[in-house]
Design a protein around this ligand. Structure first.
Ligand code: ATP
Length: 364
């Protein structure tokens, strides 16, 4: 069993920079938690505090109910995998994997058993006698994973472990790490700036911005129910479209208006907006590219202009200038729309996200 609890964790660096602000999180045994956010949001700092590589300024870190703040990294029963692999170049892959266990004075046959087992899981058997410099980036990262596995830790920490790999290998290794998590049934905490990695690997995702948690949720909920504009925009590719509009009540119906163009919303949303006092207010409309309806038409005051088309084979992205905004629509490749075409843009009414114009928090 391994559970982690972070209570009001804060990190203030000696220069006064507040990198992590009041982080509260409970991680259950066997979860795959991903910390994700843009560069500088504090995700590595958070991970390094868990590892014990960075002092905790304020708050408490508990592993299996025990306070870890002052426990040294080697006594925390966690293993960390870094972006740059951190392998010893003069040692063979076998020795690299065995090194930590040797330091712990583990009997030789037990070390061998563990290294062989990890090598089997990771497909490293044929290259155990090689040195890291004879390996590809992907193989090196597997050796680094192997070195973590042999320790049989309570928790695996990974800081952008795939960022040095090329795109294809990254996708492959991503799947391998997910398989490893299923096989080892241990808690994984993984840091990345890449929302696709977060969405495909995490059982729960912690979205950070400027040292603060913006949302903690399952991948599906983050995508379908973002709690604020930041999460709406950060999760999903191409990103959610945002339009600065207004809600307007007219003849008993609440609709959305943007630069004179009206968009209908479903009754349920209308009622909710009215109840919350949003029937005549500045509102940010969020709509995902796949939830825009696009139809070729004659030019008029409320049509958009297709400025760019991106053909990806299975789908096409249209970049549409609609008044001040440029919207991205994901459409079927069969839809014969070209650059220069004028289009009527509609929204799937029940898929519209609405955010408060000032706080940017989700309304609906
Ligand atoms: P990246 O993806 O770029 O690594 P990150 O989200 O992992 O970003 P951190 O490395 O945790 O970010 O850094 C968070 C913030 O803290 C950054 O603005 C960084 O400049 C700052 N920071 C990191 N280390 C120190 C330090 N030793 N002293 C002062 N500020 C620091």
């Amino acid at each position: 069993m391994s559970s982690l609890k972070m209570i009001n964790l804060n990190k203030v660096y000696p220069n006064g920079f507040h990198a992590v602000k009041n982080l509260n999180l409970e991680i259950k045994d066997n979860e795959f938690i991903v910390f994700v956010g843009p560069s500088g949001c504090g995700k590595s700092t958070a991970l390094r505090m868990i590892a014990g590589l960075e002092e905790i300024t304020e708050g408490e870190l508990l592993i299996d109910g025990e306070i870890m703040n002052d426990v040294s990294p080697k006594d925390r029963d966690i293993a960390m995998v870094f972006q740059n692999y951190a392998l010893y170049p003069h040692m063979t892959n076998y020795e690299n994997m065995a090194f930590g266990l040797k330091l712990r004075k583990m009997p030789k046959d037990e070390i061998d058993k563990r290294v062989q087992e990890a090598a089997e899981i990771l497909g490293l058997r044929p290259i155990l006698k090689n040195k890291p410099k004879q390996l590809s980036g992907g193989q090196r990262q597997r050796v680094a994973l192997g070195r973590a596995i042999v320790r049989n830790p309570k928790v695996f920490l990974m800081d952008e472990p795939l960022s040095n790999l090329d795109a294809k290998l990254r996708v492959q290794t991503r799947a391998e790490i997910s398989k490893l998590h299923h096989r080892l049934k241990t808690t994984f905490i993984y840091v990345t700036h890449d929302q696709t990695e977060a969405m495909t690997m995490g059982t729960r995702i912690v979205v950070l911005k400027d040292g603060k948690v913006m949302q903690v949720d399952s991948p599906t909920n983050l995508y379908e129910k973002p709690e604020n504009k930041f999460v709406g925009g950060f999760i999903g590719s191409p990103q959610m479209n945002f339009i600065e509009g207004k809600s307007l009540e007219k003849d008993g119906e609440v609709g959305l208006v943007y630069e004179g163009i009206s968009f209908a919303i479903d009754k349920e949303r209308q009622e909710a907006l009215r109840k919350m006092g949003y029937s005549n207010k500045e509102i940010i409309i969020g709509i995902r590219p796949e939830h825009l309806n696009v139809e070729k038409t004659e030019k008029s005051g409320d049509t958009g202009l297709v400025e760019v088309t991106e053909l990806l084979g299975s789908e096409t992205y249209l970049f549409i200038k609609l008044k001040k905004a440029t919207l991205v629509a994901r459409v079927e490749p069969q839809l014969e729309i070209q650059v220069g075409d004028h289009v009527k843009v509609g929204m799937k009414a029940h898929k519209v996200h609405l955010f408060d114009g000032e706080t940017e928090e989700s309304i609906l």
